[in-house]
Design a protein around this ligand. Structure first.
Ligand code: PLP
Length: 395
């Protein structure tokens, strides 16, 4: 029996593919620090759990495919705090930002079409594109330039008659880069000139440091019918398992088409939607405190990492990841070796190998993505282990 070329063409997540080795190490009594995944250790607000009790029906019913009104209204309200304005029929609740991105690509791309994306990019973007039969076309960004966008001409060079949209994450996973207003405006101009959509994945928009202003593609008022906003409660409220996100656009025709995709999966989990709708009652101090905590963790990781001999890294300005060049030739091999052959005081660490964040073959081979959404003590211990491991590996 054969499997489809579509499924065979997909890759396993670079963030999760080493998990079996980590489990084996743990079974052998080794403590593994998980810097591979963006699962925050921050407590989900109580308002979420109180929200569960707001569901007082006797039947767990399907909800509207678009999502429940109270949750849609709460998203509209919280986005308006960031000067992003939507009406009710311009926004649909999805199973996390993940489903929102899939829907956005499906609605804009046919099989064989191309999605332009700054590289390195969140590894699942490739899978989301492949599910639709589309293909990511990377626009390379470089560590020397803190992974900011290249010139307009370099981006336009990649556009063909199959290009249908530009996909960005801002702040960016895996680099932590926060795009400036001018960079977004440049993308807006390109989108207008070449008749493209912009899928703007802003699931980390609450975590921007160093007083850098938050600019959204939704602030580009002249191209709002081309912008598709992706948001999610996963990272903002440390509620990754709730699977609540949204896809939104001022382009009502597009949203009308996306409704077909929402209807095909009937609805998003009703009780989780109720719980999420109560997050609007979370004190503002929650996000402020979490953001301050991530900034502290960023500073600790950056200081430790950039002091390890041979490591080159750029200081991230947002999200909670850092992409670093390591003094090794193959970070996939090194990541596996850390779990199968190395420990320091019966401890080791897991990171996401860099190659999984690139579409261009050969790029990212000596890079590693470290997540700093874990506590400071664990980050400090992990950095000691990493330094010892590199000494031993390179002997
Ligand atoms: C850039 C980016 N977009 C989207 C997602 C998906 O988030 P979720 O589906 O949990 O909302 C993630 C998860 O790590 C991410 O890093």
């Amino acid at each position: 029996m054969n499997f489809s070329n579509r499924i065979l063409g997909m890759d396993f997540s670079p963030i999760r593919k080493l998990t079996p080795y980590a489990k084996e190490a743990q079974n052998n009594g080794i403590k593994v620090y998980h810097l591979n995944i963006g699962q925050p250790d921050v407590k989900t607000p109580d308002t979420f759990f109180q929200g569960v009790t707001n569901y007082n029906e006797k039947i767990v019913k399907y909800s509207d495919s678009q999502g429940i009104d109270v949750l849609i209204e709460s998203f509209i309200q919280s986005l308006s705090d960031s000067n992003i304005y939507f009406d009710k029929n311009e926004l649909m609740i999805t199973h996390g930002g993940s489903e929102a991105i899939q829907f956005a690509i499906m609605a804009t791309c046919d099989p064989g079409d191309e999605v332009l994306c700054p590289e390195p990019f969140y590894s699942n973007y490739s899978s989301f594109a492949k599910i639709s039969g589309a293909r990511i076309v990377p626009v390379q960004t470089k560590i020397e330039n803190d992974f900011h966008l290249p010139d307009k001409s370099e981006i336009e060079e990649k556009i063909t008659d199959r290009t249908k949209c530009i996909l960005i994450s801002n702040p960016c996973n895996p680099t932590g880069t926060v795009y400036s207003y001018d960079e977004l405006k440049m993308l807006g101009d390109i989108a207008m000139k070449h008749d493209l959509f912009i899928i703007s994945d802003e699931v980390y928009r609450q975590f921007i440091f160093d007083n850098i202003p938050y600019n959204s593609c939704m602030h580009l008022t002249n191209i709002l019918d081309r912008v598709i906003l992706i948001d999610s409660i996963s990272k903002h409220y440390s509620a990754c398992g709730a699977r609540i996100g949204l896809v939104a656009s001022k382009n009502k025709d597009l949203m009308h088409q996306i409704l077909k995709l929402c209807q095909s999966r009937l609805c998003v989990s009703t009780i989780e939607q109720f719980a999420a709708s109560n997050l609007i009652n979370t004190m503002n101090s929650y996000i402020t405190e979490v953001k301050m905590e991530y900034k502290k963790r960023r500073d600790v990781m950056y200081n430790k990492l950039s002091n390890i001999p041979g490591i080159i890294c750029s200081k991230p300005k947002g999200a909670f990841y850092m992409l670093a060049k390591l003094p090794i030739d193959d970070s996939d091999k090194f990541a596996k070796w850390l779990l199968t052959d190395f420990s320091y005081n019966k401890e080791t660490l897991m990171f996401a190998p860099g190659s999984g964040f690139y579409a261009t073959p050969g790029l990212g081979k000596n890079e590693a993505r470290f997540s700093y959404c874990t506590n400071i003590e664990d980050i400090e211990n992990s950095m000691i282990i990493l330094e010892k491991a590199l000494e031993s590996y390179n002997k």
